[in-house]
Design a protein around this ligand. Structure first.
Ligand code: ADP
Length: 355
């Protein structure tokens, strides 16, 4: 697998202690994609890819059809919160297609020359994965259009403003772009992806399976109930689940445990700042701010971001999906509203909030 620099994320890294920043997990970044460490936890084939069953089913068909036609798979846009398995899915797609996988990210492709290098270096039907594809610069993005649509690029001949260009045919390839929200993409780029799919937060049972597998590979097994305890407190996110199981393992190891039971898992998670519902201190800060500064809401995301000092994107991409899914907040046309469930969880009066 080829690899190019991948600065991940521009916001949120400093928002909380990095132990719980799902956008900043050094051991699981590009180095982790190699066949070592957490890279070993990354599924390689659909059979190992837990959850997202409908999506997997669809991709199996798309891939089979493309292989029958001896064609590259159509360009794919994957969207969903960070840590849900977009990169993993892209790599599995390449493996299932039996083609090389090349990975980069929007901010890493700094200029047209860089993109030309990537595109002309591709083998036939390769998958080129661009994480944070919404962060490509406008000139690079425009340059990509003809590559995606016609399989051609305009190669500059010579330097300066008078430089000529020549149309150059590139090999058929599949671009897989990942983004947290499709709304972040320009319409012309979005339109050039023919397969657009979203990844949703995982069910607790699927996360429990991911935890169980990870724990075995990390050398300290979890019992089924122990894995479920960690899984259900993992904010619907595999990356989070894997991160938690690694830290829980540390505690378990130091206590001399030979496996992780639910009671111990729960105790360690509390020490790690993850409460009974899987909320971290930042989630709780957000909910508390809605009550204390905005009387329970509705509040606009910008005002909320300013009041808690968390970047708007981090609130929208990382915190909200989980808080919405678990019914701690509602999104209304007038803004975010904390629910009765949130009030109860924080031990606040429930009289003046939406139920
Ligand atoms: P994203 O690209 O959406 O930010 P990644 O693909 O990097 O997420 O996944 C984050 C971590 O979660 C990786 O360590 C990966 O191995 C694990 N993971 C993601 N999806 C799954 C899955 N469906 N089954 C098992 N592990 C997964």
């Amino acid at each position: 697998m080829a690899r190019v620099p991948h600065p991940r994320g521009d916001g949120g890294e400093d928002a909380e202690d990095d132990v719980f920043d799902p956008e900043q997990l050094p051991e699981d970044q590009m180095a982790g994609l190699a066949q070592s460490g957490v890279g070993m936890l990354r599924p390689q084939r659909f059979d190992e890819y837990i959850g997202q069953r409908d999506l997997v089913e669809k991709f199996r068909v798309f891939i089979e059809a493309a292989k029958q036609r001896n064609e590259a798979l159509d360009h794919v846009l994957l969207h969903g919160p960070p840590g849900l398995g977009k990169t993993t899915m892209a790599q599995v797609v390449a493996n299932e297609m039996g083609v090389p996988f090349q990975i980069t990210s929007g901010p890493a492709v700094e200029h047209k020359g860089h993109l030309i290098g990537l595109l002309t270096g591709l083998k036939e039907r390769s998958v080129l994965f661009i994480d944070e594809v919404h962060r490509l610069s406008p000139t690079v993005e425009e340059f990509l259009y003809s590559a995606m649509e016609d399989g051609e690029i305009d190669m500059p001949l010579g330097e300066g403003t008078s430089a000529q260009t020549v149309r150059f045919q590139i090999v058929p390839f599949t671009l897989i772009g990942a983004t947290t929200r499709t709304g972040l993409l320009s319409a012309p780029l979005r339109d050039r992806f023919h397969i657009v799919e979203s990844l949703s937060l995982y069910e607790d049972e699927d996360l429990a399976t991911i935890v169980e597998n990870a724990a075995v590979r990390l050398g300290l097994p979890c019992t089924g109930p122990g894995a479920l305890e960690i899984g259900r407190r993992s904010r619907g996110t595999p990356r989070w689940a894997i991160r938690l199981v690694r830290r829980v393992r540390d505690f378990a190891q130091v206590e001399g445990l030979d496996r992780i039971e639910p009671e111990a898992a729960g105790r360690f998670l509390v020490k790690l700042g993850v409460d009974e519902e899987g909320l971290t201190s930042l989630d709780r800060d957000l909910l508390t701010a809605i009550y204390e500064h905005f009387a329970g809401g509705p509040v606009g995301v910008d005002a909320l971001a300013a009041s808690v000092g968390i970047p708007r994107d981090t609130i929208e991409d990382v915190h909200e999906p989980f808080l919405l899914r678990r019914g701690f907040i509602l999104r209304t046309s007038r803004g975010r509203v904390a629910t009765e469930r949130a009030a109860r969880h924080l031990g606040r009066p429930t009289s003046d909030v939406e139920s």
